[in-house]
Design a protein. Structure first.
Ligand SMILES: Nc1ncnc2c1ncn2[C@@H]1O[C@H](COP(=O)(O)OP(=O)(O)OP(=O)(O)O)[C@@H](O)[C@H]1O
Length: 604
């Protein structure tokens, strides 16, 4: 299958489970459905018995009618047949109902586990693996898994029916039954050979589907940038390429699957011809009754149909296993961020201590080396430095988004790896450069910081941020719809919502990545007011881009290539005439009032 697999790689966290492991895993999901499945199994059995009884009853009727053609016999046979058919239908309906409910519940549990895993994975996972592909596992693969579970239950009931029928046929004519069975191993061997190819082909096809949806998702997310840079033709041609690859993989998949049925039908045809011939010879020599011959001919359809469809079921089964394997791999993917304990800090004071920390995203590119920094409770730290100097990385380590490789980070004297992450993060407020808002209104987005907050609490914090003046600029105040990702609000308004959200959360530690984008002076003043409220009495780590924040910070940490090269106050650092002074002159100075005023004077 090299021609199909070429150039299409699995994700690094994919793994191959043995059939036994997969089966155990699936059984584990079915175990809460034990009762329903036991009743369904009973219904499957009774349905199979009745479905087998139906042709046997017809065969007996044929022989009976040759001897006795009275009205009472007709009535007796007709009532008997109707009764068997009705009961078979009832049991079939019961098993369909119960098994589809059980499968639905299993898929629900599987999706929940997959969703849990998605939420559990740390940020390094999402750096490496595209979110679109992850979504496809949670959505499409669980769907494929559910379809195959239903098919498997169908297959089991058909196999039971075939076994019962064969058992009965043996009592009639052993030689004919063996002839019938003689083809089974050939078909099974064929199906087994097909099994391996099918599984790989289907896995490949699903991967391709995930790649296409991931590509579409990325394109749509970045549509604004694409339009600005007039990249539509490039995007189109990239998409065309992915789509072409997907088409070719799917075409090969279809080819593999479509060739199986003609081969199966050919084998079945030969079997049918042989049995019809030998059956007719036996009737001729009177070693078989006409009713029994009918039963064999009738049995052929009942026998061959499930057998030939086992091959197709098998491929479907492979589809489900491949999909299940992908979902389980997502669930089992190991996090880099590992907590050794679940200690809760009550209350969090906000002392943060980096002790000789080494950190890198990729093994060969160190970002922080032997990094030490102690931040006191309530202190505001401004991290400054050129791009790539490691400011965001320090903030991400405090937020425990990534695992560091060496040293310790302590929060209030406790190793960060020992904390209950949920509890710790509830004490951590994060405002990113471009705050992410969820589709909904402003009120709901602020309440995200404390889901049980009352309307009054939301209103209070909204008013505290920037004196509440910004609410007047929203068309419907707190009820204004923010649109997808907050697209209906200006960047400044989004930041104010994010600040109000953190204020409502009331965390002990705040991480603030200041926006570099310039916003109008009025909004900037409102944001500054909001920041004053938020940073007061909390430990704050600010990735500073505004001169006003740097000036107000208790301590400025100047970074270069992951190392602290200077530390102190704004004035003290300027006096040192080192890296900070250089940064100030190239970056911060133009924001100073003196600079703006001198510029204004020059213009005059
Ligand atoms: N997710 C990531 N995967 C791999 N390398 C990364 C990742 N994020 C950052 N880096 C690298 O780590 C180094 C430090 O990046 P970091 O984002 O901490 O710098 P920064 O000072 O915050 O920069 P900026 O001011 O541009 O945000 C850079 O060399 C960067 O390329």
């Amino acid at each position: 299958m090299g021609f199909i697999m070429d150039g299409l790689d699995a994700e690094a966290y994919d793994r191959t489970y043995t059939d036994g492991q997969l089966l155990r895993r699936i059984m584990h999901y079915f175990s809460p459905q034990r009762r329903a499945m036991a009743i369904a199994a009973g219904a499957i059995f009774l349905n199979a018995v009745l479905d087998t009884a139906l042709p046997i009853f017809v065969s007996i009727s044929i022989d009976q009618l040759q001897i006795d053609r009275s009205l009472s016999t007709f009535i007796y046979l007709a009532v008997g047949l109707s009764l068997i058919a009705t009961l078979a239908w009832v049991f079939n309906a019961v098993r369909q109902q119960l098994s589809s409910r059980a499968v639905g519940d299993v898929v629900l549990a599987l999706r929940e586990d997959a969703c849990d895993a998605v939420l559990e994975r740390d940020m390094s996972f999402y750096d490496t693996f595209q979110s679109g592909k992850v979504v496809s596992r949670v959505n499409s693969d669980t769907q494929a898994f559910s379809q195959v579970m239903t098919l498997t239950l169908d297959l089991l009931s058909r196999l039971l029916l075939v076994s019962l029928l064969i058992g009965y046929l043996f009592t009639i004519d052993v030689k004919l039954t063996f002839t019938l069975l003689g083809f089974a191993p050939i078909i099974f061997l064929f199906a087994l050979a097909f099994r391996k190819i099918a599984r790989r082909t289907i896995t490949q096809s699903r991967r391709m589907t995930a790649t296409v949806s991931s590509h579409i998702q990325e394109t749509v997310s970045g549509i604004g940038v694409a339009k600005t840079f007039r990249q539509e033709p490039v995007i189109y041609s990239e998409f065309h390429e992915v789509n072409e690859k997907s088409r070719s993989v799917n075409q090969k998949t279809r080819f593999v699957f479509s060739s199986i049925f003609p081969l199966m039908n050919g084998l079945a045809g030969i079997g049918t011809a042989l049995l019809v011939y030998w059956g007719a010879v036996s009737v001729n020599t009177e070693s078989l009754s006409i009713g029994d011959w009918f039963l064999f001919v009738q049995g052929l359809t009942m026998f061959w149909f499930p057998l030939t469809s086992i091959a197709s079921f098998w491929s479907q089964f492979q589809l489900g296993l491949a999909a299940g394997e992908r979902v389980f791999a997502l669930i089992d993917a190991e996090s880099n961020v590992v907590q050794n304990n679940n200690r809760k800090l009550m209350p969090v004071h906000g002392r943060i201590n980096f002790k000789q920390v080494n950190f890198s995203y990729t093994p060969d590119e160190p970002v922080l080396g032997n990094f030490s920094l102690e931040i006191q409770p309530g202190e505001t730290i401004a991290l400054v430095g050129h791009t790539g100097s490691g400011k965001s990385s320090i903030a991400k380590l405090i937020a425990r988004f990534y695992e560091f490789q060496h040293g310790t980070i302590e929060i209030d004297g406790v190793d960060i790896r020992e904390l209950d992450l949920g509890d710790y993060r509830s004490q951590l407020g994060i405002v990113t450069q471009t705050p992410f808002l969820f589709d909904g209104n402003v009120r709901e987005n602020i309440r995200y910081g404390k889901p049980d907050a009352s309307d009054e609490e939301v209103q209070t914090v909204a008013r505290l941020v920037g004196g509440g003046d910004w609410l007047g600029s929203l068309p419907n105040g707190l009820d204004t719809d923010v649109g997808e990702r907050g697209g209906n609000l200006s960047l400044g308004q989004r930041q104010l919502v994010a600040l109000a959200r953190v204020l409502l959360q009331n965390p002990a530690i705040v991480i603030l990545d200041e926006a570099t984008a310039s916003i109008d002076p009025l909004t900037e003043a409102l944001i500054q007011e909001g920041l004053d409220v938020i940073l007061k009495d909390r430990t704050a780590i600010v990735i500073a881009h505004r001169l006003s924040t740097v000036r107000h910070a208790d301590r400025i940490i100047v970074l270069r290539k992951g190392e602290i090269i200077e530390t102190g106050s704004h004035e003290g650092l300027l006096d040192q005439a080192g890296h900070y002074a250089e940064l100030y002159n190239t970056y911060f100075r133009h924001q100073s009032l003196e600079y703006i005023e001198s510029g204004a004077k020059d213009e005059l």
